[in-house]
Write a protein that binds this ligand. Structure first.
Ligand code: N01
Length: 542
């Protein structure tokens, strides 16, 4: 039995049929884009599958869901009033609070009147005779727009493994990315969690507290560092708000668009004692700083191994059963898979009601009517939780029938991996933009600043086109091809390309292995600005 969906009354389909822009998705990207276009005087319409705003924070309601970028940084900066008036309660915001924030933004800027909820965009097709996009939805809408802006999110297409027998399972099952709005009840139940990435690591300690027994089915162990979440430090908040603009500007000039900067010093330029002091400091402070402990932590394998050894030591310190600690100890490069932050993750394995099941190599053989079968053992379960991640970056775009020049499908063009210029636009698809698309820093930066940078770029571009009487803008193949190489080259200079991770599609069977996000946020922003300065170099404007 799958999770239920909210039953919000369906508003009548919109009457207007021609827009300057249609935006697909009302998460943080779609909301921001709508606001931007409105302020520039464009008529825009947003379609959203969910019954409300919030995107990833609307769908991912699993227990323990929390952002691992500090609240004062994971928020919009386009309105000084907004950033001054909103008060976060914790250092790292929980999903309910981020969703409240998204709703507050929607109310404050009256966004909902241009958003049609409960509506899935099914096709986006270019009419080359008019240079307009025709957008069709599952509710029978058929509208046209000069511009189509995909704000579909990087992590929104769920990965539910195709396990034989799932339909026969007599209990309940959930994917963390489509959690029931009424919540899931685990008290007195035997629960199985598949997946130990960022999501599983947040959910497992919470489910362990409630379930009668929790089985964690682990294919690959993951490194995790304590988040050290805490109530918001009001003095820090006041200091930040006293110069929020300056704070944002400084962070936007840092490698991940957040308040994290690696030191200039390299790992082996300091003594072992000093190194351990530094790693302890990162561990005690919590957050994502460990991956930037030294200048070469993410680029030099031997340097990286000093971090992974340190974290493994910590796992063995925390987990009482040495055999379980060993099973929980990863052997891949630290932060090659997206680094995780936790609250009592490793501690959860000290509980008598938690069992770690090693499924490395074999995986889950099948779902039975009563549970999960691993090798010869059947684990009887009342609930299965899939914390198995997403078809990242391309999944939600490929799920829409997007057809550009010559009726070419974007999905076909991307059959060997996504091809775009700057992650913003793909040759053959004029006036179609992707916010935080593959080929842009996106998931390797603080997402909200990355979204705002794209929104501003697109907004400026549309203004420029209006001012110069231009009908279309399209990435050229001559710009797109070298950009693809640059994205791969940038990744190859790091250790991110050296393990199986979703950045390169390794989590989805059959997905082409292409590194999708662009590693260098600061260089990327400079490049985007230069493109504009050079009259949209790399784009054909007509
Ligand atoms: O997904 P994942 P996620 N059988 O792909 C396992 C963001 N995020 O939802 O490593 C068995 O990372 C898979 O195993 P393996 C963040 O960017 C942010 O956790 O592929 N297991 C892995 O253990 C993050 O990176 C926040 O071998 C299977 C897990 O499932 C991204 O979302 C919080 C399997 C999937 O891990 C995705 O994280 C949460 C199978 N068939 C998420 N298929 C914060 O900001 C997959 N797995 C805090």
């Amino acid at each position: 039995m799958n999770q239920s969906q909210p039953t919000t009354p369906q508003p009548a389909a919109d009457k207007a049929t021609h827009f300057d822009a249609v935006i697909v998705g009302a998460g943080f990207a779609g909301m921001c884009m709508l606001h931007k276009l409105r302020t520039l005087g464009f008529i825009a319409k947003v379609y959203e599958v969910g019954s409300n705003v919030g995107g990833t924070w609307y769908w991912n309601r699993y227990p323990g869901a929390r952002c691992d970028v500090p609240s004062l940084q994971y928020s919009y900066q386009f309105s000084e009033e907004l950033q001054q008036e909103w008060q976060w309660t914790e250092r790292y915001s929980s999903q309910p609070e981020i969703l409240r924030y998204a709703n507050h933004v929607a109310d404050r800027f009256d966004l909902r009147k241009d958003i049609q909820f409960n509506t899935r965009v099914e096709s986006v097709i270019l009419d080359e005779s008019t240079n307009r996009w025709t957008i069709e939805t599952d509710r029978g809408d058929r509208v046209t727009a000069k511009f189509c802006i995909m704000a579909t999110g990087c992590l929104s297409s769920k990965n539910i493994p195709k396990l034989p027998g799932l339909a026969d399972f007599q209990g309940e099952w959930y994917h963390t990315g489509n959690w029931p709005h009424e919540g899931a009840k685990f008290a007195g139940k035997r629960v199985g969690v598949i997946g130990t990435g960022s999501t599983g690591i947040q959910a497992i300690p919470m489910i362990a507290q409630e379930a009668e027994h929790l089985y964690v089915f682990q294919r690959t162990p993951q490194y995790s560092v304590p988040a050290r979440n805490a109530p918001m430090d009001r003095e820090e908040e006041a200091r930040t708000k006293a110069d929020y603009k300056g704070f944002r500007a400084r962070n936007n000039a840092r490698p991940f668009a957040q308040d994290l900067t690696p030191p200039d010093v390299k790992t082996f330029e300091v003594s072992e004692e000093e190194r351990r002091r530094r790693y302890k400091e990162c561990w005690e402070r919590g957050g994502l700083g460990m991956m930037l402990a030294y200048a070469d932590s993410g680029t030099n394998l031997a340097a990286n191994e000093t971090i992974s050894s340190f974290v493994k030591e910590k796992i063995h310190e925390i987990v009482k059963d040495p055999a379980v600690a060993k099973m929980l100890s990863p052997d891949h490069i630290y932060a090659c898979k997206r680094p995780c932050l936790d609250t009592n993750y490793f501690e959860a394995y000290n509980r008598a009601n938690v069992t770690l099941v090693d499924i490395s190599g074999t995986g889950v053989a099948r779902v039975t009517s009563r549970g999960l079968q691993v090798k010869e053992t059947e684990y009887e379960l009342d609930c299965i939780v899939f914390a198995t991640g997403f078809d990242a970056m391309t999944g939600s775009l490929n799920n829409i029938n997007i057809r550009g020049k010559g009726n070419q499908a974007l999905k076909d063009k991307w059959a060997e991996g996504p091809r775009s210029y700057l992650g913003l636009s793909s040759a053959g698809f004029p006036n179609l933009f992707t916010i935080t698309g593959p080929g842009s820093p996106s998931v390797l930066a603080n997402m909200i600043p990355a979204i705002e940078q794209h929104v501003n770029w697109i907004g400026d571009c549309l203004q420029y086109m209006r001012k110069h009487g231009l009908r279309t803008i399209e990435a050229t193949v001559e710009a797109e091809n070298p950009w693809l190489i640059q994205v791969q080259t940038a990744a190859n200079a790091t250790l991110w390309n050296a393990c199986d991770n979703w950045y390169q599609g390794a989590n989805i069977p059959g997905k082409p292995r292409v590194f999708m996000p662009y590693v260098d946020w600061v260089g990327y922003v400079a490049k985007c600005n230069e493109v504009v300065k050079n009259s949209y170099e790399g784009f054909a404007l007509k």
